[in-house]
Ligand binder design. Structure first.
Ligand code: NDP
Ligand code: OXD
Length: 308
């Protein structure tokens, strides 16, 4: 019985070590050394291989090595094989750290101070109190809620926007597309933590930027596909937005020469907001395999109709 891993190879070596310790009965293989494909029961991937169903006829579970699953073509996965997204707790911890860093950097004008230091300019920028900087999070799932929980410490007025209604103490919650303009009108720093689906693709576009208060700031930690890139550049030029922190791009890696690399109002990081930790991930997948064998419900099981 084989567990096949197809993702970052360096971290894969760590997965192999934890598997050897905790599940020696499973044969752990690192892509492309797949062995006998008929033996593969469990597959963990970032970029899915082609022809999954035909290549691995005895597959029982597929895991995404990350929290998102938009890289999958659901029609290529047999309906009886559950697709599980990664729920190891380090993902939320990393995301909370990253979004805290990004929002505080925008709140305290860090991009301007980086420019000023390069120019050897010593100039104050008036500080806006946190109580006057409204932070809004799109997507009130596991990660959006974890981020908002931490933000309560800073005193920002908080809001969240979601598909279905949510009640979160200390957070003004909006639900549904029709409430989006109201949510945006009261958001000075917007954080996108949505999954990428047909409904959310391209949601960060000119219309949305125009609905924000002039000079608002953006943090995109969802997916590159949420953002219409040309609209962001135009919004920064028009002053609709004053700065953006982007952890995700389309495609990844961002091609050489892309305008985001050198834009003075964009801080870009290479999809590192959260990084799945091998030890905790192995614990999560082994727990899920145990649940699957016992016929129990599977945390992180993707609803293919919803797309996340
Ligand atoms: P969850 O599935 O827990 O939450 C997703 C939330 O988004 C849900 O609350 C859902 O609403 C809401 N949502 C979905 N579709 C819509 C819509 N059309 N309109 C409004 N709200 C919507 O996901 P996570 O919080 O765990 O992760 C979110 C995303 O973050 C991932 O899909 C991934 O793309 C990204 N991510 C990025 C990382 C990085 O390193 N940059 C790391 C990890 C994740 P409802 O409550 O109705 O279901
Ligand atoms: C992701 C992840 O889904 O890194 O982006 O977990």
């Amino acid at each position: 019985m084989t567990f096949l891993y197809k993702a970052n190879a360096i971290r894969g070596v760590e997965w192999a070590r934890f598997f050897a310790e905790r599940a020696p009965e499973l044969s752990f293989r690192l892509w492309p050394d797949i062995g006998d494909p008929a033996e593969v029961r469990y597959l963990t991937v970032w970029a899915p291989p082609e022809n999954i169903a035909a290549t691995f006829p005895n597959l029982e579970l597929i895991f995404s090595v990350g929290a998102g699953v938009d890289q999958f073509d659901f029609s290529q996965i047999p309906p009886h094989v559950p697709l599980i997204r990664m729920l190891e707790p380090g993902i939320a911890e990393g995301m909370v750290e990253y979004v805290t860093m990004a929002v505080l950097a925008l709140h305290r004008d860090l991009l301007h101070f980086i420019d000023q230091q390069r120019e050897q300019t010593w100039r104050e920028i008036r500080v806006t109190p946190a109580a006057k900087r409204r932070v809004g999070v799109m997507g009130l799932g596991l990660l959006g809620q974890a981020v908002l929980e931490r933000f309560k410490l800073f005193g920002f007025p908080l809001a969240g926007w979601n598909r279905s209604p949510r009640t979160i103490e200390g957070v003004r919650c909006y639900a549904g597309r029709e409430t989006l303009p109201d949510f945006l009108a009261q958001t000075d720093i917007l954080v996108c933590l949505l999954p990428l689906t047909d409904e959310t693709r391209g949601i960060l576009n000119t219309g949305l930027f125009e609905a924000l208060p002039r000079g608002a700031k953006l943090v995109n930690v969802g997916r590159g596909g949420h953002l219409v890139e040309a609209d962001l550049i135009a919004a920064l030029e028009r002053g609709l937005l004053s700065a953006a922190v982007l952890d995700v791009a389309k495609p990844e890696p961002l091609p050489a020469g892309h305008p985001f690399w050198s834009h003075p109002r964009i801080l870009l990081t290479p999809h590192i907001a959260s990084m799945t930790t091998p030890e905790a991930a192995v614990e999560f997948v082994l727990d899920t395999i145990g649940r699957h064998r016992r016929g129990e419900a599977l945390p992180g099981r993707v609803d293919r109709d919803r797309g996340y």
